[in-house]
Design a protein around this ligand. Sequence first.
Ligand code: ADP
Ligand code: MG
Length: 567
Amino acid sequence: MPIQVLPADIAAKIAAGEVIERPASVVKELIENAIDAGARTIRLEVEAGGKRLVKITDDGRGIAANEVPLAFARHATSKLSTIEDLFQVKTLGFRGEALASIAAVSRLTFITRPEQQVAGTLIRLEGGAQQTLAPTGAPVGTGVTVENLFFNVPARLKFLKADATETGHIHRVVSHYAMAFPEIGFSLRSNGRQIFQTDGSGKLYDVLVTLWNLDTAKQLVPVSGRTESGLTVDGFAGNPGLHRGRRDQIIFFVNRRWIQDRALGQAVAQAYHTFLPVGRNPVAVLNIQLDPAEVDVNVHPTKAEVKFKDPRAVFAAVQRPVRQAVLQESPLVRPAQPWATGPSPQAARFGLDMQRPLPTETAFERQETPAADDQRMPPMRVVGQIQQMYVIAEGPDGLYLVDQHAAHERILYEQMMARQAQAAVAGQRLLSPALLELSPAQAALLEAEQDTLRAVGFEIEPFGGRSYRLLALPRILGHTDPVAAFLGVLEEMLEGAVPLARQTHEKIAVIVCKRAAVKGGQTLSQEEMKELIYSLEKCRNPRTCPHGRPTMLHMSAYQLAREFGRH
Ligand code: ADP
Ligand code: MG
């Protein structure tokens, strides 16, 4: 084929493809225009997943009659005029491509009226070609109707998914704008049915209640942070009891533009470190505000990804307040209460120290403030044990299956950390010191970590060369072979056996508690189970073991009823 310049209509369709991939892209571009036009309410209606119809109505400032045709010219925009403006973008749109692109691949009707004009203007285009341009009666604002998207690009049409899938994409787009602009009332109808409507109250929380329901919203914690350079992070994050299989409910806005950013997702996920079951993801909606000059939004055709000048600073700025919020809202022990009515052999088996009322509220107050009542694990009634591994319990909202080993690990871990905070960990002295001969690696580790080992209750003294004497070990390991326990802990430390690496003293605590915790395969008496559940209720973070695995599975009364077909 000889080289030839593409005919204008083909070139337009190709260019449109960059911006308009599916009905949800149309929705996105039109919403952005309405927001940029200062709308207070934005109403959307779609039919057949937006393939047959996308209709949007706004009450923004409209376009003057003489400028209407120009709005459909490629690279026509009222939002930028110099190249410098590009580095200070404050509006959502700026390329002047959207209307031209949408018009090129659909049948589009656009009616608009600014307040100063008595009449509005109607323009109709089909496949980019202008059909009608006429004055018309119209309310202030703009209404855009996009019909039969891709009617002239069959290849594109074929790639669209089922209506329900496309509606899902649209729903997501509209939801995100509703979150980013709580002061704007959004409504979405699909095939004549109201999907949601936000009230424009200006409160993100209200929007989340509408989009996610009240139960979920109740589990959200406000997040707010500010750096010295003036970057702010605001929004909500879920308490550790709220988690999802997928990551798509970690939502970011940068200067109110929805963006996707893997590293920031990571920053939030890490803030929940040890609080969530492995493989589960937190929920968060965060708006990052920073100087527009600190971020380039012009790196992606749909502006879905942005480039920060200083990505590390943004990472830290996001992680810090989220972590703070998570720590503050984690379940906390109840006000100082005895662990049980009195010492008992069962308690001894669980390593519960009855003499010392532990951990008292004041011990925690320095780091964390008490959470609301509904953050705690509910009081539970023990029903029984199965497979010598799981405790069945009933709570106010359904059934709980508790992994006895994981639960006990959690209990021991929190007790140990609380005692460390009070410098109250006491080792249990051996009747006669045990002599150890360590490998060079073990000896090196021991030398390096002597203080941290002591902090959990190991007491060791050098005995010449690589020989050492073990004088005491953590009380909770009192029932085990001391030498095996100590060498086991050293080995696990050498292997880096704690995957969620933290500070060394926490790491050692995790290893020790794992060894000390009651194993699967042990039959528990009713009293022991009660003790276990009671102590678990007192944990700050009862739902996961220190390794991040769940301690319990919950089946709500609702789920039970549904599974039994009672709903
Ligand atoms: P951009 O948003 O990048 O400027 P568009 O093609 O989306 O480009 O829109 C072109 C211009 O049309 C905008 O700059 C704006 O001036 C005007 N416009 C588009 N939609 C609206 C609307 N809903 N209300 C008022 N003006 C609008
Ligand atoms: Mg635009």
